[in-house]
Design a protein around this ligand. Structure first.
Ligand code: FAD
Length: 388
């Protein structure tokens, strides 16, 4: 069977690529091994899909080449996707920090993408396992269990490794290797971090704090930290997890924008126990467990100035070394991927294998939490569809 373009992976980037190419008049077949389309969109944003971010810029992405994503993000912008969502009459709202969510359901976005693919006449092959891709004189041969396809271009949009039960595989990385494209180191990202020993965290599970968090080479993120039975999660931790490397410490300011030294100065002659003083500013359960972990509990007036200074210092700069992360089972994305050096930033096509494109999460471009990963999927998918 013959077609112009085969897109592999009917997720966010793949559906956008198929829509973009087919609406240009290209014959497109979209193949996915799952029966259900775009499972990650369905579960995203708590079922409401944080589909883009109005503050999208290249600075919100991690990549070995931080400039690589600029061209695609400029060719298909957050506003372009918002316009598309508006054309379909999908109701949405901004939650915070430029993050846009569907009012009703993530299914609205899946339906939109499916309709955009159908508009161009995309041929669907779901529940279809790929057996192999080979280069031919005129393009590629793609073998599935049921069919043999000849095509001019192949767009790989099979995503990353997170959440294997809903269809994630390393297929895109295998194809990259087969065609000689390098892969940068892969790791779970936007993922909760774990700690040993777990005792402190068992007591704190469920506590949430506004923190200023820092990890690895990344910037600071001021957002909530949520304590879990195994360690820490919440938006601030997910953000820094993308920058964190095993063995590195993370730093948390547990009282951002406040001055623990000044609080202690005021209360230093009181009979009140230290955790009770801190409970003015922190959840009581957290204040108790944190103090017990770092200092003997006494009335304020029994501490020396040095002891209080040290507690204040720890509150503003609590440094801990996570034992690891919760891995791909819980990660929102995979950091790393097909090395951007091997791809054209303008077209997403492989520099050495004409006609072979990589888009979305399989590429070494990883967005911050907040709709940036879907925007990369839309932008890269749309661009590849224009050139495939
Ligand atoms: C729980 C969760 C919530 C998230 N929430 C958000 C959010 O609100 N906002 C945001 O921006 N990002 C969010 N993300 C990240 C976002 O979902 C991904 O970055 C995005 O889906 C990547 O798009 P993609 O098309 O590259 O890959 P995917 O959407 O993962 O699609 C890949 C497709 O390829 C298919 N596939 C895989 N292997 C094969 C194979 N061997 N053969 C054929 N097909 C194959 C899969 O079945 C899948 O359909 C979330 C992720 C998770 C896990």
């Amino acid at each position: 069977m013959e077609t112009d373009v085969i897109v592999i992976g009917a997720g966010a980037a793949g559906m956008m690529a198929a829509a973009s190419a087919s609406q240009r008049g290209r014959g497109v077949t979209l193949i996915d091994h799952s029966e259900r389309l775009a499972e990650k969109i369905r579960i995203s944003g708590g079922g409401r899909c944080n589909f883009t971010n109005t503050q999208t810029t290249a600075e919100r992405y991690l990549s070995r080449n931080p400039h690589f994503c600029k061209s695609a993000l400029a060719q298909y912008t957050a506003q372009d996707f918002i316009d598309l969502v508006n054309r379909y009459g999908i109701a949405w709202h901004e939650k915070k920090l430029g993050q846009l969510f569907c009012d009703k359901s993530a299914q609205d976005i899946i339906d939109l993408l499916q309709a955009e693919c159908d508009l161009g006449g995309t041929v669907w092959r779901t529940g279809t396992a790929i057996q192999g891709i080979t280069k031919t004189n005129t393009g590629f041969q793609v073998d599935t269990l049921q069919e043999r396809w000849q095509c001019q271009s192949v767009i790989i949009a099979t995503g990353g490794l997170s959440i294997p039960p809903i269809g994630a595989t390393g297929f895109g990385y295998e194809i990259a290797k087969q065609f000689g494209l390098p892969i940068t180191p892969l790791a779970a990202a936007l993922v909760p971090l774990t700690f040993e020993p777990k005792d402190l965290f068992n007591e704190l599970a469920g506590v949430s704090l506004d923190c200023d968090a820092h990890g690895g080479e990344g910037p600071n993120f001021r957002e909530n930290v949520l304590f879990t039975h195994r360690g820490v999660s919440g938006p601030a931790i997910l953000q820094i997890s993308s920058y964190w490397r095993p063995g590195q410490e993370i730093a948390l300011d547990l009282l951002p924008g406040r001055d623990a030294h000044a609080l202690f100065e005021e209360a230093k002659r009181a009979d009140t126990l230290l955790p009770n003083v801190l409970a003015d500013w922190l959840p009581k359960r957290f204040a108790q467990a944190f103090c017990e972990a770092i200092v003997p509990i006494k009335p304020m007036k029994q501490y020396t100035v040095r002891e209080l200074d040290s507690v204040a210092q720890r509150l503003h700069n609590w440094r801990v070394v996570p034992s690891g992360s919760q891995g791909y089972k819980k990660a929102e994305v995979t950091r790393g991927g097909v090395d951007t050096d091997a791809l054209s930033s303008k077209t997403l096509m492989s520099k050495n294998v004409p006609g072979l494109f990589f888009v979305g999460e399989v590429v070494d471009v990883t967005g911050w939490l907040g709709g940036y990963n879907f925007q990369w999927a839309w932008s890269s998918g749309w661009v590849a569809g224009q050139y495939a």
